[in-house]
Design a protein around this ligand. Structure first.
Ligand SMILES: C[S@@+](CC[C@H](N)C(=O)[O-])C[C@H]1O[C@@H](n2cnc3c(N)ncnc32)[C@H](O)[C@@H]1O
Length: 211
């Protein structure tokens, strides 16, 4: 677990670093929510959430199931931001947060590890009325994606694109959207961009729909 968290964070810093500010600003734009309480699920070293915090007014929780990732994210929180950003250990299938307490849920590169129905129900439970979730995977821009695929293929001595395809099999936005529709959880949007795929959903301001 420690080795996984350290290796992922090494790659995030050495290779993926330029994607986070680009993705953060795109996800904030897609979500249209810029204040309240933000939750980055499967935050790893916290790069995406911390980049999003620059365009978000309110509090941020960096959450990961791996305690070593949480420790890395914790260390990355700037001293002056510790009053409103915190790192928390937690599993998306049993979020350690109260109902209707989060305005914006973000997640990158983690949803293919999750059980669809259990994770969606939990995200739905913690979303506040009017809240939005954007979950998926991406690399910021098509150029960054190409450069990262090339770099990672050389680094790992295997076709990174093929590995990603395998990882994502069965966990694409459409597959999550089907589960949401079955559970009566609003009308999800599947967003496909050159650099990545996202599932976006809102909880209505009345907060009446849902499982
Ligand atoms: C590939 S990393 C992505 C990290 C980060 N979002 C990024 O883009 O840099 C996936 C992360 O999801 C976390 N994760 C996997 N399953 C999880 C779960 N059930 N609940 C919370 N976090 C989970 C892993 O521990 C890991 O840190």
């Amino acid at each position: 677990m420690a080795e996984k968290a350290l290796e992922f964070d090494r790659v995030a810093q050495e290779v993926f670093a330029p994607i986070y500010p680009v993705i953060a600003s795109r996800l904030l734009e897609l979500a249209g929510v810029r204040k309240g309480r933000c939750l980055d699920i499967g935050c790893g070293g916290g790069h995406l959430g911390l980049a999003a915090a620059r365009g978000f007014e309110g509090t941020l929780i960096l959450l990961d199931a791996n305690p070593y990732a949480v420790a890395i994210a914790e260390q990355r929180i700037p001293e002056e931001a510790r009053g409103y950003i915190r790192a928390l250990r937690g599993d998306v299938h049993a979020l350690p947060l109260t109902d209707a307490s989060v305005d914006l849920v973000l997640s990158r590169g983690a949803m293919w590890f999750w059980k669809k129905e259990a994770s969606l129900k939990e995200i739905w439970r913690v979303l506040a009325p009017g809240g939005v979730a954007v979950l998926g995977g991406g690399y910021g821009t098509a150029q960054l994606k190409t450069a990262i695929y090339r770099h990672m293929s050389m680094r790992n001595q295997e076709d990174f694109g093929e590995q990603q395809e395998k990882r994502m099999r069965g966990a694409r936005p459409e597959e999550y959207a089907l589960v949401m529709e079955r559970l009566g959880m609003g009308v999800p949007q599947c967003i496909h961009e050159d650099s990545g795929d996202w599932l976006l959903f809102h909880k209505s301001p009345e907060g009446t729909e849902g499982p």
